[in-house]
Ligand binder design. Structure first.
Ligand code: TYM
Length: 331
């Protein structure tokens, strides 16, 4: 059976981008593959969270994984820092990761622009840690959104380079995966790029957002003054609202508003109301479970412990092999 690995950084609440780009696939894949889904708390250290923030965010992601329907009996759910073997593999892979290629990574360049006062080495080697996460379980499929495509390419590069250096084919190649035709990119509400936490609170709809909050955020989404000709191409901010509608609404609903746009009879207020209601419906089953699960400390602890145990079993096996391949042998 093929092995699947994916993770989400512990930087707060999960949003619709995380859900439709990643978690929706996790939930399906857990029935078909040997799955490892983790909380990337080591990765989140690049922005220096306080210990309290870090702990709460890790818990929040774990709770939301469970509320969304990841089943700890089917998939291994764990916290990245509970598996120290990952950090050891990261160190080995760093020896064959080159400054030039790390500096060329789009996500690194974006981060340099976003946080010029904190360009730390962890940011630079972020894709190496991500490669270690994936190949530690010898995974071949990695369910992620479109923004992670380049990281997957780098994971293949680092795994292949290790294989070549030591003249073997120990690590299989991992590929980004989605059940749909292509990897998903969910737009935000600011009329520009993707939905994300760092793009500002109002840009993202969180799974934990109350219906009132969702309504408010959607009503404030950026629009223009309306179409000026029939059948015109939609500008980015309007296309984004339609793209969001495509993931949460019925096909008839999308067609109805598309037709209204093309015939210039659209009222953006109506479209936004409908979009907000459909988002509320789509997230309701998850939202309703979040509080119950968050209140059950015993259950959360049990899931994290069991997951760490299972993940370490797989990771330590790989590490034993890797140490042998590298030449760390006991006397
Ligand atoms: P992160 O925490 O930024 O996002 C987690 C997952 O959500 C997806 N995603 C989106 N998909 C579609 N549209 C969006 N607007 C959107 N925003 C986020 C991401 O593509 C991702 O799948 N580096 C990773 C975490 C990570 C990881 C790994 C992933 C660490 N190690 C190993 C897979 C395998 C990250 O920062 O994702």
């Amino acid at each position: 059976m093929e092995t699947v690995v994916s993770g989400i950084r512990s930087t707060g609440n999960l949003h619709l981008g995380n859900y439709y780009g990643a978690i929706q696939n996790f939930i399906k894949m857990q029935h078909e593959y040997n799955c490892y889904f983790f909380i990337a708390d080591l990765h989140s250290l690049t922005t220096h969270p306080t210990p309290e923030n870090l702990h709460n965010s890790v818990k929040q992601v774990l709770v939301e994984y469970l509320a969304a329907g990841i089943d700890p009996e089917k998939a291994t759910i764990y916290v990245q820092s509970d598996v120290p073997e990952i950090s050891e593999l990261y160190l080995y892979l760093n020896m064959n990761a080159y400054l030039g290629e790390l500096e060329r990574s789009t996500s690194f360049k974006d981060k340099v622009r976003a946080q010029p006062d904190n360009v730390n080495a962890g940011l630079l080697t972020y894709p190496v840690l991500m490669a270690a996460d994936i190949i530690i379980h010898k995974a071949t499929k990695v369910p992620v959104g479109k923004d992670q495509e380049q990281h997957l390419e780098m994971a293949r590069t680092f795994g292949n380079r290790f294989n070549r250096l030591y003249n073997n084919d120990y690590f299989p190649e991992p590929f980004a995966f989605s059940y749909g035709e292509s990897l998903v990119k969910i737009p935000g509400l600011d009329g520009k790029g993707k939905m994300g936490k760092s793009e500002g609170e109002a840009n993202a709809i969180f799974l934990a957002d109350a219906p009132e909050v969702i309504r408010k955020k959607v009503m404030r989404a950026v629009t223009d003054s309306g179409p000026t000709q029939e059948n015109q191409q939609k500008p980015q901010e309007i296309q984004n609202l339609f793209d969001l509608m495509k993931v949460v609404s019925l096909e008839e609903t999308v067609q109805y508003y598309d037709h209204a746009y093309n015939t210039m009879s659209i009222r953006y207020g109506d479209l936004k109301k409908q979009l907000a209601e459909d988002m509320i419906l789509a997230t309701a089953p998850i939202r309703e479970k979040i509080n119950d699960i968050a209140g059950d400390a015993g259950y959360i602890r049990k899931v994290a412990r069991l997951g760490a145990e299972k993940a370490r079993e797989s990771a330590s096996k790989t590490l034993r092999d890797v140490r042998e391949i590298i030449g760390f042998r006991s006397f």
